[in-house]
Design a protein around this ligand. Structure first.
Ligand code: F6P
Ligand code: E4P
Length: 955
């Protein structure tokens, strides 16, 4: 913009300033921080008689998207607060608007509130939502807090009632995106109604100002384009059409002005005017000439009239100052204007259709500009945050990248990210998903209450417990387990142990590992009804009582949802504390709620820093983050597209050793959320990386790398996979604490993938089914003292083989080798093998299962899952039963050499575990899965060694 105006302009001969002699106020359609700061804006006020300023999303995009004007404030804000791109943008925009309002305020004073305004537009994403628009208008009005502010609201059918409502509340509004006479009439009517409502309530209406932004050049752009096309096609009306070029928009504006004059003469208006109301002036917007064959000041010169505003873009402002001519053009040849409109209708130029299209396009293009703007802000934010934000890089084959990009573009266009945050179930199946989305808000909520958790941590420390033993399953145990495994024992705090098994030997091992007299027990169950935490509580409550020689309630803490059975138990047994979960969060999404935070605090983790880290992820995936900058959305899109379009549904999780256990948590999240209705993501955790040749074409690799502690072997193997064209998503965490970010990042990604898979990611129908089967068996045991009998279909040495009739028939009656050969012979490309062992999970058995699964992978070239029961029932179990029918399962059970009684029950831990294995197996069979159970009799170690040998021979 040319601020060095010609000397005579400064002296007084200035057509811009003289517009006021014709009753028109020139406003500037432009905002830029440096322009306001360096005095350029003020110079326009002083020398050109500038009387107002307007902004829109496209204008802010140009201002903030480029250059370094805003960097200092961004840095400053981000040093103090964790913000989403939308929140950051708003703070920057409000700073600009306030600064501009200050510059314009003298005009406001001098013109007694007629002029001197600056406009700030509500989010363009809300253009079709009445309530959200009104709410945002109120919010911005209060946040800016300047009397010479105008809130810009689009004049859509949904925007107009919002405008009326906030007008009645005393907010000054600039109604934008008006193209048609009809919309303008509705706007003026809404203004009058808004004032009438306020007046009837006895409130002052003299402080409300409003303008109706009637767009001009965009109309000619469309109409003239149509004219040119038809002329080129040799239209019979070519000459008449040509005569209308550059005429329709101005005629439309002139006719709108006639309506304004009419209304101003009405008795209804006069009544309001007498009460001090200010007219809603017409403001000519979109007045930069886009067609270079027209005068560059066309839409200023032709629209000069009393009581109007023209918001002029900078180049047009300069041009008009330079060679604009003044005349009262707006009321000139009004009859001709009506004729132009009749003529365009007669010639089929369809102004009505054009204006409708322009509203839609106008909203869409402001949304696009806003996407760009928020993207630019997000970029700057990412640069400033550096490694404080987890970083994601995707190496993908071109076709998968294109498919994931298509998902993202769909999410951008349809605003699905915003719908997700608005808890709109249509993002998924339109079922009851909205009831399960509180995990989106929990980080903010818990941060607000973090002092309670910090106080708890101090109390635990003060009590000097040596151990914390958490009893829970699935979502209630795996998050705490990741925390225990990742951070180890924190100085000054007890050691956190997590028990999620009914294996009697394993229960005993944990009992021996802790000092019962000096242990804090956390019983963790959202539903409060899950079998395992209930019997584990009963067992350890009795054990602690015995050790302490008194009622042990004060050593027990419950984490459970309000109103649960566990809450009753905790109250009855005098637990030290009860922490509540949030009912609208499913177990697998609960780690950032009390289910993860209570054990974290007890173990001495800095929960505030942990939550703040998580908050960075929340903000990065916010409703305002455009898909191109939302890593979690991208991850979900990649996983969803890979599974649905390319059969790459085995999400192979690779994690740096220091954060290895994230995989166990991720398994339950991905499998239980997506594995249903015959589709889903099959997580493959902890499968030591091999050379590219051992993999089929069904994988996506998710590499969680703790930078600084990356494992060179993994790095090399990942590099080889990338080089071989395998899809690899690498997520870098700079600090162990950033597992909190990873938690939210994956929760969000899972929700997105669930949408792509077209399932409800928040239910778990098939897990429930096996719980029912187990319950039947334990009830039978309680009644009869034994589990229902079962007969192996084959016996071989120390092994008994069980299967349903269909599987048994397919596997034959041979020896162990023959049966296993037949079983694994059924594995084909794209399948996976699940080794499901209902035995104690310790270092030795983990090594054993790992060796077996790697052998199976390398021989069969399929993905393998190595799982321990009953723990996996609350994790991957859902997907094995409800997901794609590509699993081939070997369930392993064994004789228990020592059993443990469950206080108050007839059944023992061993019986429960057996019932769980059978319940699990029955459902696998019922679902027609390829499932074989091998029961090891006699010494476990020898049996396992023998089994590994036979499997080795069988594949
Ligand atoms: O916390 P609860 O209710 O005991 O449930 C434990 C786990 O069992 C499931 O409900 C089903 O496996 C999981 O979703 C959950 O994390
Ligand atoms: O209020 C101002 C409008 O947003 C602006 O004038 C639109 O102008 P354009 O059509 O040149 O984008």
């Amino acid at each position: 913009m040319d601020v060095d105006q010609k000397p005579d302009a400064a002296k007084g001969a200035n057509v811009l300033r003289d517009l006021s002699k014709f009753g028109q106020s020139p406003w500037l359609d432009f905002i830029q921080r440096s322009y306001t700061a360096d005095g350029s804006l003020k110079k326009l006020v002083d020398e050109d008689g500038l009387r107002g300023v307007t902004s829109n999303p496209a204008i802010f995009e140009k201002a903030m998207g480029y250059g370094t004007d805003y960097d200092a404030q961004i840095k400053d804000l981000l040093a103090k607060e964790i913000l989403s791109p939308g929140e950051l943008y708003e703070k920057l925009a409000i700073t600009d608007i306030k600064a501009t309002a200050k510059v314009m305020h003298p005009v406001f004073v001098e013109t007694k509130g007629l002029d001197g305004y600056v406009s700030l537009e509500v989010s363009p994403y809300l253009a079709f939502e009445t309530k959200a628009t009104a709410d945002e208008a109120r919010r911005l009005w209060a946040a800016v807090g300047e009397e010479n502010l105008m809130i810009k609201i689009p004049g859509t059918p949904e925007g107009i009632p919002a405008f009326q409502e906030v007008t009645s509340e005393g907010i000054s509004v600039n109604v934008t995106l008006l193209f048609s006479l009809e919309a303008y009439k509705n706007v003026l009517e809404a203004y009058i109604k808004g004032l009438e409502i306020r007046h009837a309530a006895g409130k002052d209406i003299s402080k409300i100002a409003s303008v109706a932004s009637f767009f001009v050049s965009r109309i000619d752009g469309k109409i003239d384009g149509a004219i040119d096309r038809r002329v080129k096609e040799g239209d019979k009306d070519a000459e008449a059409l040509k005569a209308l070029r550059g005429k329709v928009a101005i005629a439309n504006a002139k006719v709108a002005y006639q309506h304004y004059l009419e209304v101003m003469k009405s008795e209804r208006w006069k009544k309001l005017a007498a009460a001090g109301a200010n007219p809603q002036r017409l403001l000519w917007a979109s007045t930069g000439t886009k067609d270079k064959t027209f005068s560059d000041v066309l839409y200023v010169e032709e629209l000069i009239g009393e009581d109007t505003v023209n918001t002029i873009p900078p180049a047009t402002f300069d041009a008009f100052r330079d060679h604009g001519k003044l005349r009262a053009s707006l009321t000139e040849n009004v009859d001709d204007a009506f004729k132009v409109l009749e003529q365009q209708a007669r010639l089929g130029l369809d102004l009505d259709g054009v204006t409708k299209t322009l509203v839609t396009e106008g909203c869409a293009s402001f949304c696009d500009a806003f996407d760009q703007l928020l993207g630019a802000v997000a970029n700057k934010q990412a640069t400033f945050l550096g490694s404080r934000l987890i970083e994601q890089k995707a190496d993908l084959p071109a076709d998968l990248k294109a498919a994931a990009d298509a998902v993202l573009e769909d999410w951008r266009k349809t605003g699905k990210g915003r719908k997700l945050w608005a808890k709109d179930a249509s993002v998924w199946t339109g079922g009851d998903e909205a009831k399960w989305l509180k995990w989106l808000d929990i980080v903010d909520e818990r941060l607000a209450h973090v002092a309670e958790l910090e106080a708890f941590a101090s109390e635990v420390k003060a009590k000097g417990f040596s151990d914390v033993l958490l009893l829970g399953m699935g979502g209630s145990s795996l998050g705490p387990e990741v925390i225990a495994e990742t951070f180890g024992q924190i100085a000054g705090f007890p050691k956190l142990h997590v028990l999620d098994s009914t294996d009697p030997q394993q229960v005993k091992t944990f009992e021996n590992a802790v000092d019962l007299k000096n242990t804090l027990f956390i019983v963790s169950s959202k539903s409060g009804g899950t079998l395992e935490p209930n019997i584990l509580k009963a067992y350890f409550f009795a054990a602690a009582e015995k050790a302490l020689g008194s009622a042990p309630g004060k050593h027990f803490v419950a984490v459970t949802d309000p109103g649960s059975h566990m809450e009753d138990v905790a109250k009855k047994d005098g637990f030290w504390k009860i922490f509540y979960g949030e009912k609208q969060i499913g177990g697998r999404f609960s780690v950032l709620s009390n289910f993860g935070l209570v054990p974290a605090a007890a173990a001495g983790l800095d929960v505030r820093a942990f939550l703040e880290s998580a908050l960075r992820s929340v903000k990065e995936a916010s409703a305002s983050t455009p898909p191109a900058h939302n890593g979690a959305m991208q991850l979900g899109a990649i996983l969803g597209a890979a599974a649905t379009k390319f059969g790459r549904d085995k999400v192979t999780i690779v994690a740096s050793p220091a954060i290895y256990d994230l995989g166990a948590w991720l398994e339950q999240l991905l499998a239980e959320s997506t594995g249903k209705k015959g589709t889903g993501l099959i997580p493959i955790d902890d499968e030591t990386l091999g050379a590219p040749g051992v993999y089929g074409k069904d994988r996506v690799f998710a590499y969680l790398r703790l930078t600084g502690e990356a494992c060179p072997k993994q790095e090399k193997a990942i590099a080889a996979l990338i080089a071989a064209g395998e899809p690899v998503v690498t997520i870098d965490l700079a600090d162990k604490l950033d597992i909190a970010q990873a938690f939210f990042h994956w929760e969000y990604a899972t929700a997105v993938a669930g949408s792509v898979l077209e399932i409800d990611p928040f239910d778990q129908p098939d897990v429930e089914f096996s719980k029912i089967e187990t319950k039947k068996l334990t009830t039978a045991f309680n009644e009869t003292g034994k589990l229902p009998p079962e007969t192996p279909f084959a016996t071989s040495g120390a092994f008994e083989f069980f299967a349903d009739d269909v599987n048994a028939k397919a596997l034959g009656q041979g020896d162990a080798l023959a049966i296993l050969k037949a079983h694994f012979g059924r594995v084909k490309a794209g399948d996976y093998v699940g080794v499901l062992a209902y035995i104690e999970r310790d270092l030795k058995t983990r090594e054993w299962i790992q060796a077996v699964r790697l052998n199976l992978r390398d021989q069969l070239k399929v993905a393998t899952a190595a799982e321990f029961g009953p723990r996996f029932l609350h994790s991957t179990g859902q997907a094995y039963k409800g997901g794609p029918d590509s699993g081939v399962f070997l369930q392993i059970t064994a004789d228990d050499h020592a059993d443990l009684a469950v206080p108050g029950e007839r059944f023992t831990f061993g019986v429960v575990k057996a019932a769980q294995a059978r319940g699990d197996f029955d459902v696998l069979s019922e679902r027609g899965r390829r499932a074989l159970r091998v029961h090891i009799k006699g010494p476990l170690e020898a049996g396992l060694a023998e089994l590994a040998t036979v499997i080795g021979k069988a594949v």
